[in-house]
Design a protein around this ligand. Structure first.
Ligand code: HEC
Ligand code: HEC
Ligand code: HEC
Ligand code: HEC
Ligand code: HEC
Length: 401
């Protein structure tokens, strides 16, 4: 989700209404007693407090901290730590939350730090004037963590048992009272609560977050290649996406062709199970430029093709300005004439956080008081966003003789 001052206070109000609306219309998956489905309210927001842990549990079992889960699930903990879910309490988020009232902050935390205990911990840090300090945020600092997906009222939920496929409740004598295993963890719908907005908030037919719907229409969905199969292969808790050059490269096929007239760069979405990219926040640019005999770019020969969805709030409504993202199997092309040269350089630039950097953070830095904690957090966010940019597929195409 994005949040921008650019469109003024009406834009902000509309966005908050949208977010609150989303939280209210979230549809839990079907359930019933006695079967092995996820309880209907697993993702009903706001999540309920866990309550009191069984007194006979060890302190380790009672803990909701990821590092404590990691005492017994070390591999998952190590993987998760490297993921964006673990860093969802980011400077770009917290900087904004410091300026919100508690309810509005909690609305954002539904996806960024969803447990009731996390919201309480953040509110308490703010009340002490320490909301900006990760060390003071307690459980909130861990963002989208183990218990947010796996633990409800101290009951642990997970996918069918590895190797056996067994579902249902395991032995309550086991650590943390055993586990309730269900195939719902393997379905794309599990991710929807945070990665799909309802159709009723569409802009030009498409909600700002439309990943699950894009996936449903994809050839991958027809083959039951779920979000988890691509983003959690072998159940790894890595969730690599647009910020990871290898992940992006593996989802695309770049082809370079040379004829006597021109060079062509084609980019096909071969392995992204939704639009490339799925959100409005990244910007991707195909580049080509002719080179002189010394390998220097020749002035005025550069051409580009931008791949992104651009939206904005204007005249009292959200508008879509363009959508050149690549749906599964779609191809984008960029051509450049030789125009006297013999070589053309072609490449792809990826700016994963472009919208935040260009449309959100700059205005926030100006709007916030100089040297305030919120301003310094947003400055950190800008530095992070700039560091995330990368180049792929750089190639020099030679003119055929
Ligand atoms: C004291 C060690 C211990 C701690 C701490 C612990 N677990 Fe477990 N966990 C286990 C064991 C053992 C199992 C297998 C239970 C069974 O088969 O009944 C398990 C099973 C699971 C499963 C199901 C995986 C499978 O085998 O199918 C999930 C999910 C899970 N734990 C999540 C968590 C989370 C989240 C936390 C922290 C809030 C946590 N665990 C803390 C030991 C632990
Ligand atoms: C429905 C779930 C959801 C809600 C509610 C939500 N976000 Fe997000 N947010 C996401 C997802 C998913 C991403 C990553 C994709 C993207 O960049 O759009 C994200 C990314 C971000 C980022 C950029 C990455 C980072 O952490 O620095 C910021 C900043 C952010 N959100 C701020 C907010 C603010 C402020 C609110 C409340 C007004 C909010 N979000 C509410 C799901 C949500
Ligand atoms: C964003 C939600 C989410 C978060 C956060 C999360 N998990 Fe999971 N976890 C899942 C899903 C989904 C699966 C099942 C994936 C599949 O079947 O492909 C799973 C599977 C598991 C399993 C079973 C793995 C196996 O090999 O059978 C364990 C154990 C587990 N998670 C523990 C953890 C621990 C510990 C953490 C925190 C360090 C954590 N999870 C964080 C969603 C999450
Ligand atoms: C066939 C493999 C595949 C499937 C299925 C898939 N993804 Fe992706 N996803 C990718 C690849 C590759 C990327 C990196 C390129 C990109 O950002 O589009 C990506 C990127 C992302 C991103 C980064 C943000 C962005 O703007 O692109 C998010 C979030 C995401 N996927 C969520 C999901 C969710 C949720 C599902 C299920 C509804 C899903 N993905 C299904 C392969 C897949
Ligand atoms: C409780 C909310 C929540 C759930 C459930 C959730 N996510 Fe996320 N996800 C987020 C947020 C928030 C971010 C952005 C974190 C940030 O950068 O601040 C994110 C980021 C991502 C990314 C982006 C990485 C990148 O490069 O930008 C991928 C991929 C992703 N999630 C996949 C999944 C998949 C697959 C599932 C289901 C198994 C899932 N998520 C479940 C909230 C959630």
């Amino acid at each position: 989700m994005t949040y921008s001052l650019k469109y003024g206070s009406i834009g902000i109000a509309v966005l908050i209404v949208i977010i609150v609306g989303i939280i209210m219309v979230k549809q839990p998956s079907s359930a019933g007693p006695g079967n092995d489905k996820l309880p209907a309210d697993h993702w009903q927001q706001p999540l309920k407090p866990q309550g009191t842990p069984p007194a006979e549990w060890s302190a380790l079992e009672q803990s909701l901290k990821p590092e404590d889960c990691g005492q017994c699930h070390a591999d998952k903990y190590q993987q998760w730590q490297t993921s964006f879910h673990a860093h969802a309490m980011s400077p770009g988020l917290v900087g904004q939350l410091l300026t919100y009232d508690t309810q509005s902050a909690n609305d954002c935390l539904e996806c960024h730090a969803p447990l009731a205990e996390q919201k309480a911990a953040f509110a308490s840090a703010r009340a002490r004037g320490e909301g900006h300090l990760p060390a003071a945020q307690g459980l909130a600092a861990v963002g989208n963590s183990c218990a947010g997906c796996h633990v409800r009222e101290y009951k642990h939920f997970g996918p069918p048992q590895r190797d056996t496929g067994v579902t249902g409740q395991s032995d309550p004598e086991n650590p943390h009272g055993g586990v309730f295993r269900t195939a719902d963890f393997e379905k794309s719908g599990f991710c929807a609560v945070c990665h799909q907005f309802p159709q009723s908030y569409a802009i030009n037919g498409k909600p700002l977050e439309n990943t699950v719907a894009e996936w449903q229409a994809s050839p991958q969905a027809a083959q039951n290649i779920t979000c988890q199969k691509c983003h959690m292969p072998d159940r790894k808790h890595l969730w690599r996406g647009i910020h990871d050059p290898e992940m992006v490269k593996n989802g695309l096929q770049a082809t370079f062709e040379a004829t006597k007239d021109k060079a062509r760069f084609s980019l096909k979405n071969t392995g992204v199970g939704h639009a490339f990219p799925t959100y409005i926040t990244p910007k991707v640019i195909m580049h080509a430029v002719a080179l002189d005999a010394g390998g220097r770019a020749i002035a005025n020969t550069a051409v580009t093709h931008e791949i992104r969805r651009e939206v904005g709030y204007a005249g009292g409504q959200w508008l879509e300005y363009s959508d050149t993202r690549l749906l599964p199997d779609e191809v984008a092309r960029l051509d450049l004439d030789w125009a006297g040269s013999k070589r053309i350089r072609m490449w792809l630039e990826v700016y994963p956080d472009d919208y935040y950097e260009k449309e959100v953070y700059g205005d926030l830095v100006e709007g916030y008081a100089a040297n305030s904690p919120e301003q310094s957090l947003i400055k950190q966010a800008i530095a992070r966003a700039q560091k995330s940019n990368f180049t792929l597929f750089e190639t020099i195409v030679k003119k055929p003789d």
